[in-house]
Design a protein around this ligand. Structure first.
Ligand code: 2DE
Ligand code: MG
Ligand code: MG
Ligand code: MG
Ligand code: MG
Length: 325
């Protein structure tokens, strides 16, 4: 409901975008078309294109350009590619309540589909000589790949500190939302570097809050469609756990580390870790940090004159924090 309210000032743009996005994936290979058809039909909330259009309109007084559509398509293509690859990397068989591509077509095909979507995104910007877009998106892809690898490196050693956690989520999640907002601004006011940078930072703060929320879902049962304890099972150390490890007795710390190292497939033990984190206020701490990023994002918005686009962006920032899925 709040989503349709947010979409209201960009309804026409989103409709045209969907058409363009669908066209941008077409291939001569029937198998590929079958898979992209499946992807389009289980599409998510399309938050990223929404950021592109809302930011473009907010900073320009209601204008969008051809480049804005292209930016939105490129970012959605890359985003889709990363999700397809992420499910391979995480060995996950579900995405948005549907089977993942790797679950239905196996890893071999999922990797290639991800590569295809990535190349389509890059080509879309090159074919139009849109090098601002190409740079923004290439930086995001580099950062996401590094973030994922940093996460794997740290999961192996179980020695992650809070600052490294922020670096991981900034790279793997926040950079792409930052790219959306920078791209939205760049598409309509390419010479106003200061505003573009402001909007990039705005997106980064939202992205940080977004991933902390995602990580909190792993500890809370209310969320529908996502099981709990997956991150612990994968030895992924997220903020609630990092805080708890830094704020408990040495004996308890050893118990957690040993549990994650040697009993992470034991459902009962995972449940015990979750309960301990809750008891040590790990969730409250992470929620506070999430709200700090939310406030920083809202602060940036406050520099802009009131408009329906600013209102929608404010709703969106709050939605990221209050969402149930
Ligand atoms: C989501 O993390 C982060 C996704 C970034 C994935 C990036 C990859 C680099 P999560 P969820 C794999 C590949 C880049 C390309 C192909 C352009 O916590 O809970 O795993 O949604 O997210 O699975
Ligand atoms: Mg994943
Ligand atoms: Mg992942
Ligand atoms: Mg997650
Ligand atoms: Mg996620």
């Amino acid at each position: 409901k709040v989503i349709s309210q947010i979409k209201e000032p960009i309804r026409q743009e989103m409709e045209l975008f969907e058409q363009k996005f669908r066209d941008s994936m077409s291939s001569r290979v029937a198998l590929l078309n079958r898979i992209t058809y499946y992807i389009v039909n289980r599409k998510g909330k399309q938050m990223r294109p929404m950021f592109v259009f809302l930011v473009a309109k907010m900073v320009s007084g209601g204008r969008v350009e051809e480049r804005t559509y292209r930016g939105a398509s490129v970012i959605e293509l890359i985003h889709t590619a990363t999700l397809v690859h992420d499910d391979v990397v995480d060995d996950s068989n579900k995405r948005r309540g549907f089977f993942s591509i790797n679950a239905l077509w196996k890893n071999k095909i999922a990797v290639l589909v991800g590569d295809y979507l990535l190349s389509k995104g890059l080509l879309l910007s090159i074919d139009n000589s849109d090098f601002d877009l190409l740079r923004i998106i290439s930086v995001a892809v580099r950062e996401m790949s590094e973030g994922e690898l940093l996460q794997i490196e740290k999961a192996r050693r179980l020695d992650i500190v809070e600052s490294v956690y922020y670096e991981i989520i900034r790279q793997k999640t926040a950079t792409l939302i930052a790219a959306c907002c920078a791209m939205g601004a760049c598409s309509v006011i390419p010479d106003d570097k200061e505003t573009i940078e402001k909007m990039r930072l705005f997106g980064e703060y939202i992205g940080m809050a977004f991933q902390i929320k995602d990580d909190l879902f792993d500890y809370t049962e209310e969320s529908i469609g996502k099981p709990t304890g997956i991150d612990i099972k994968e030895q992924k150390m997220t903020l609630p756990l990092i805080y708890t490890l830094n704020n408990c007795a040495e004996k308890e710390r050893k118990w957690i580390i040993n549990s994650i190292k040697n009993h992470n497939k034991d459902k009962k033990r995972v449940k015990e870790i979750i309960n301990f984190v809750k008891q040590k206020n790990g969730l409250i701490y992470a929620e506070d940090k999430m709200r700090e990023f939310q406030q920083k994002a809202l602060e940036i918005l406050s520099d802009f004159p009131d408009s329906e686009y600013k209102t929608a962006l404010t709703l969106m920032v709050n939605y990221v924090i209050d969402r149930k899925i």
